[in-house]
Design a protein around this ligand. Structure first.
Ligand code: ATP
Ligand code: ZN
Length: 287
């Protein structure tokens, strides 16, 4: 009997492809660059990669064509497929928003009452309208949603927005975000115990890579008289490493800092007399 392999569905080409392959590589999973356009595999992890359009990934995972997959929440929730969301992967974030004409006074969802809204996300839009008890006419179209108001096909749109420049060029403005979407890892609901175990192994690595990305390794020189104060500013670890410097009265302090608190803490460290502060990226972090 052959070795069990986990099948992962990723986007064939587009905004998610490189991020998906890079994440696997950062997890130490080599992806063989095959000539096969439909699938390839890893040389050092029992993983087979299948390449699909992102919109098809939830269905293929539900139908067990693939065991797991990487797709945007926008696509996963709109598909309404029965798949489990196992991990937020945090790349290719975007927002699904309502946009209206630049001159319109949007004063809340009731603005949309009785209006025509063009979208490729009829399900998520309907949920938003229902939640706000608004009745509107949804026009499902398959692409170039942003031109619909300009050609008189709709009064508003519901579409993915990142910078807003596409909206602007079409005389529209973002009025309301209805979903903040991230890329997630999804799984089939009936994985065998062996496949669940492989998924656990993969998740362990993904989490280590994610943690490492959110943290930085910091090294600094501290005057001994302020050492306790400086250590108190470094909450990232239970106890930072402190080593004596060759120069008397000084120590080298090593610790880990969270990206979010980073600048604030650096300022405090400097004002407590820290010098020679080095900040280094972390490749993997296992707690
Ligand atoms: P496919 O051929 O696979 O269907 P696509 O054209 O539908 O490709 P992309 O444009 O590559 O898809 O977008 C894939 C996903 O990237 C989106 O579903 C969304 O989750 C995310 N995304 C991030 N930023 C944006 C953006 N500015 N516009 C569209 N999607 C974005
Ligand atoms: Zn798509």
């Amino acid at each position: 009997m052959g070795e069990t392999k986990l099948k992962i569905a990723i986007q064939k080409s587009g905004r998610l492809h490189d991020g998906s392959v890079n994440l696997l590589r950062e997890c130490g999973i080599d992806v063989i660059n095959g000539i096969n356009k439909l699938k390839t595999e890893s040389s050092n992890f029992p993983l087979e990669l299948y390449f699909f359009r992102d919109d098809d990934i939830p269905q293929y995972v539900e139908d067990a064509v693939a065991d797991i997959g990487i797709a945007g929440e926008n696509v996963v929730y709109e598909s309404n497929r029965k798949v489990g969301v196992v991990e937020d992967l945090g790349f290719a974030t975007c927002r699904l928003s309502i946009a209206v004409r630049k001159g319109d006074q949007y004063d809340g969802a009731s603005f949309l009452e009785g209006k025509k809204i063009a979208t490729t996300y009829p399900l998520l839009l309907q949920q938003f309208l229902d939640k706000n008890q608004v009745k509107a006419e949804i026009h499902q179209i398959s692409g170039s949603v942003e031109i619909a108001p300009g050609i008189g096909l709709a009064d508003a749109i519901c579409d993915i927005v990142s910078s807003g420049s596409t909206l602007f060029m079409n005389g529209l403005k973002e009025a309301e975000m209805i979903l903040k979407s991230r890329t997630v890892l999804i799984k089939n609901g009936n994985l065998s115990a062996e496949k669940e175990a492989l998924l656990e192994k993969l998740l362990f690595r993904v989490q280590a890579v994610k943690k490492a990305k959110n943290n930085k390794y910091i090294l600094l020189n501290a005057p001994n008289e302020n050492l306790q104060q400086i250590i108190s500013y470094l909450p990232g670890m239970k106890s930072p490493t402190v080593l004596p410097l060759a120069q008397p009265g000084w120590s080298s302090v090593h610790s880990v800092l969270n990206e979010n608190d980073f600048w604030e803490i650096i300022e405090k460290l400097k004002s407590a007399g820290a010098q020679g502060i080095l900040v280094v990226p972390i490749e993997k972090m296992i707690l």
